[in-house]
Write a new protein. Structure first.
Length: 331
C-alpha cells in the first residue's frame, strides 16, 4: 500500500487521458534476493516512458525494449525473469533471485479514479484482477492484508498516504516538514499564533490556524498518522496531546527534555487519559543522534517516526526517555 503506487496510478491515468497506450506491470512473486516485493507497481507508456519500479533497473530496461519493439499485450500476461543464474545476473537479481510479473493494458481509468478517490478519504482498497479475462473489481481492504496471487487472480492493496501533523511553525518544524515531504508523507502544520503562521513557507504542505485540539478532532487521525508537538508552549502542545494520545495514530511525540517530559506526563494525568494512553508519548522526541541544529534534530525525529512505523527497536534513545513498546505498524 505504498503511496508511491498511488502516484504511479495518477500518472498512468494522465497518460491514458492524453491518448497514450499504457500498461501496468506488477510484481506478483519473487524468489531469492529480488529487489522489489510482491505488489510493487510500474506504469509504462507506449513510447517506453515509465514511472514506478519493479526491480533495480535492468528489468525495466527490458520491458521498455519490448514495448518499443512493438510487443503490445492486450490482456494480462505473465513474465518471468531470472530463471537461470546468468539471466538473474543480467537483470540485476543477486544470488539467483527470480522475479515474476503481470503486465496488463490499462483500458479503462474508471477504477483508477475510484481508487484515488477512496484512498483520499483514507480508505484501504483492494484491487482484484482476473488474469484470464482482465476484469478488475474493487473491494474493501483491511489493515495488515498483504498482496496475494493464487495463479488465477491477483489482489493488490492501495491505502492512504502516511500523514504527519506538526504542531508549531518554527524553524525546527520547517526542517521536519521538508524531510517528511521527501519521505512521501502528507504534511499538515498547525499554529494559531499569528507571528508564526504568517511566515510559514514550505511548499507542498497544508497550514492550519485552528486550535490544535480542534484540528485533531477534525482530521480523524488514523493508524497512518503521526503527530509531533514542537511549540515549546505547553498550552498548545498539551492540547494536541490530550486528543492525539487517545487516537489510533501510530506515533505521538513532543519536544522537551526528560525532566519536562516527566512534568508533562504528570499534567496529562489530571485529564481523562489512562496510564496506557500517556505511556504512548515519545519524549524527548527523536533518536539520540547527538544533533544540535534544527536540521539535525529533524533527522532524529523523522528517524524515530520511521523506526516506529517499521516496528524496529528504538536503540538510540537517552537513558530515562519515555519510550513506548515498539510494535509493527501495518502498511
Amino acid at each position: 500500500m505504498d503511496s508511491l503506487d498511488l502516484q504511479v496510478l495518477q500518472q498512468a491515468r494522465q497518460w491514458k487521458l492524453e491518448g497514450h497506450p499504457v500498461w501496468l506491470v506488477t510484481v506478483i512473486e519473487t524468489w531469492g534476493s529480488a529487489p522489489r516485493p510482491p505488489g510493487a507497481l510500474l506504469a509504462m507508456r507506449g513510447d517506453g516512458l515509465v514511472v514506478g519500479s519493479v526491480s533495480g533497473g535492468c528489468v525495466e530496461d527490458d520491458l521498455i525494449d519490448r514495448v518499443r519493439k512493438g510487443e503490445r499485450v492486450g490482456k494480462p500476461s505473465l513474465i518471468t525473469y531470472g530463471v537461470s543464474k546468468e539471466e538473474a545476473a543480467r537483470f540485476g537479481l543477486p544470488c539467483g533471485g527470480n522475479l515474476r510479473l503481470v503486465q496488463e493494458p490499462l483500458h479503462d481509468t474508471g477504477w483508477v479514479d475510484a481508487v484515488l478517490e477512496r484512498t483520499a478519504r483514507h480508505e484501504i482498497v483492494a484491487r482484484v484482477v482476473s488474469l484470464e479475462t482482465g476484469e478488475v473489481r474493487l473491494e474493501p481492504g483491511s489493515r495488515g492484508e498483504a498482496f496475494a496471487f493464487d495463479g488465477h487472480s491477483m489482489r493488490a492493496l492501495f491505502g492512504p498516504r502516511w500523514r504527519l501533523l506538526i504542531i508549531g511553525a518554527g524553524q525546527l518544524s520547517r526542517a521536519v516538514a521538508q524531510m517528511a515531504l521527501m519521505l512521501d508523507f502528507e504534511v499538515i502544520c498547525c499554529d494559531p499564533r499569528e507571528e508564526y503562521h504568517l511566515t510559514w513557507d514550505v511548499p507542498g504542505t497544508t497550514f492550519s490556524k485552528a486550535m490544535p485540539d480542534d484540528l485533531v478532532q477534525e482530521l480523524h487521525l488514523d493508524p497512518h498518522s503521526a503527530v509531533v508537538a514542537v511549540t515549546h508552549d505547553p498550552k498548545l502542545d498539551d492540547l494536541v496531546l490530550l486528543e492525539a494520545l487517545k487516537s489510533p495514530t501510530f506515533y505521538v511525540g513532543a519536544l522537551g527534555s526528560r525532566g519536562n517530559t516527566a512534568k508533562r506526563k504528570e499534567r496529562l494525568k489530571l485529564f481523562d487519559l489512562s496510564d496506557t494512553e500517556i505511556d504512548r508519548l515519545h519524549g524527548p522526541i527523536g533518536l539520540d543522534l547527538g544533533g544540535k541544529t534544527p536540521a539535525e534534530i529533524a533527522v532524529s525525529i523523522m528517524a524515530e517516526i520511521i523506526s516506529v512505523r517499521s516496528g524496529t527497536a528504538l536503540l538510540q534513545k537517552k537513558e530515562g526517555s519515555s519510550v513506548p513498546t515498539c510494535s509493527l505498524v501495518a502498511p
